[in-house]
Design a protein around this ligand. Structure first.
Ligand SMILES: *[C@@H]1O[C@H](CO)[C@@H](O)[C@H](O)[C@H]1NC(C)=O
Ligand SMILES: *[C@@H]1O[C@H](CO)[C@@H](O)[C@H](O)[C@H]1NC(C)=O
Ligand SMILES: *[C@@H]1O[C@H](CO)[C@@H](O)[C@H](O)[C@H]1NC(C)=O
Length: 374
């Protein structure tokens, strides 16, 4: 009795705090007003901007685009061909050289554009891949096929870099993929671990999300990830929250040492009691920014675990993958993903996304982490 009263009081206090303050924060600037949602932006030091478009509002079109010119034209990147996947007519070979189901994009520390394609590994194993594009030539630099590693049941979510290693979250089973970028060797670790599996469904605006495919509450397993600027720590969490921290030396060793791989659950430690999160980013000081999609907030966790509010604003509707640019701005795509066709909408409407859909920035006074990107 006492416990339930206490919990009730706590949750009320949280929400009262969330909704009683100023609605709009003038520090937030509009970078782009769009006809469709973006779930991530990334930039180069010379000002190029790339976006990933999930098309969850009934629209069709390219998945990865570059924003070009003063009219902000969205140009398919690297070309129309990569963006031309058609499940009904394309072959298994096409699934290896086109975007099938992209989930993340980012400019890497090498200056290439990296795209994570979850694909449909249950049908086309080579559709599950990590692709890098050389931004000078706009040609494919390398494709890492990861279907054998994620298996038919796994779906890649996002990627981060640590020297010659890349780490990817996999959100359908709940696992982490360690990849050697030189050799292409990869291994799935922490499969089904407490740290990679969501304990409750994802929620946004205070509501659990119901999958429009299954009609069931949507669990999103291993999802967000960051690497500390010194390369020592790997941070990760499921969509619904609870962030964990693991020393990268164990992850790296686990790639070729099964004993170490099996021991990873004993090396990983709880890091922060994060809530349902739309996306994260890390700065040069190691502050991890995360979007609280129930409360329309961006918070940041200092390396000593102390968490503080950066901004709260009702316009921050499901801020997905974030990005720190070289002008010390945090990019926030207010994707409204929870209002899209992936999830059941009020009155069974296909989508309740309101247009335009905005991409915002806010000054944070910190540079990007050099291990992450320039
Ligand atoms: C999948 O990719 C590998 C290269 O990693 C290639 O050898 C194989 O032919 C591809 N399979 C299909 C069906 O395209
Ligand atoms: C991109 O291509 C240019 C021109 O061929 C080359 O000089 C550069 O090293 C490439 N970048 C990467 C990161 O491979
Ligand atoms: C593999 O890891 C285990 C424990 O982490 C260690 O005892 C062993 O020496 C390692 N094996 C090799 C070949 O490095």
């Amino acid at each position: 009795m006492l416990v339930s009263h206490l919990l009730f009081g706590l949750s009320l206090a949280l929400f009262a705090q969330g909704y009683s303050s100023k609605d709009h924060d003038d520090r937030i600037k509009t970078a782009l007003a769009m006809d469709t949602s973006a779930t991530g932006a990334s930039t180069t030091p010379d000002g190029r901007v790339f976006l990933i478009l999930p098309h969850v509002d009934g629209t069709t079109g390219p998945k990865i685009v570059e924003v070009v010119g003063s009219k902000h034209t969205l140009v398919p990147y690297p070309n129309v061909q990569w963006n031309s996947w058609k499940a009904s007519t394309d072959s298994a070979a096409d699934a290896g050289t086109k975007y099938v189901s992209t989930n993340a994009q980012r400019v890497g520390p090498d200056g290439n554009l990296w795209v994570v394609d979850s694909g449909i590994p249950s049908q086309f194993l080579n559709s599950s891949k990590l692709v890098s594009f050389n931004l000078t030539t706009n040609e494919v630099e390398r494709i890492y096929y990861l279907g054998d590693v994620v298996t038919k049941d796994g779906l890649l979510n996002d990627v981060r870099f640590n020297g010659k290693f890349a780490y990817l979250t996999e959100y359908a089973i709940g696992s982490i993929i360690v990849l050697d970028l030189e050799t292409g060797d990869a291994r799935m670790v922490l499969r089904g671990d407490t740290s990679t599996v969501a304990v409750i469904p994802d929620s946004a605006d205070g509501q659990f999300l119901i999958s429009s495919t299954t009609g069931q509450p949507q669990y999103i397993h291993a999802d967000h990830l960051e690497v500390s600027p010194d390369g020592r720590y790997f941070y990760y969490q499921p969509g619904s929250g609870y962030m964990w921290r693991l020393e990268t030396k164990y992850l790296n060793e686990a790639l070729h040492n099964k004993t170490t791989a099996d021991l990873l659950p004993t090396y990983t430690k709880p890091f922060s009691l994060t809530p349902a999160t739309g996306g994260t980013a890390i700065d040069a000081e190691g502050n991890i920014y995360y979007s609280d999609i129930d409360r329309h907030e961006i918070r940041y966790i200092a390396p000593n675990r102390i968490t503080a509010l950066l901004v709260r604003d009702s316009r921050l509707e499901w801020v997905d993958a974030m990005w720190v640019d070289n002008h010390q701005r945090l990019w926030m795509c207010a994707s409204q993903l929870n209002r899209g066709d992936l999830f059941v909408q009020p009155n069974n409407q296909p989508s309740t996304i309101t247009k335009p859909v905005y991409i915002y920035t806010i000054d944070i006074g910190h540079n990007p982490s050099p291990i992450d990107h320039a």
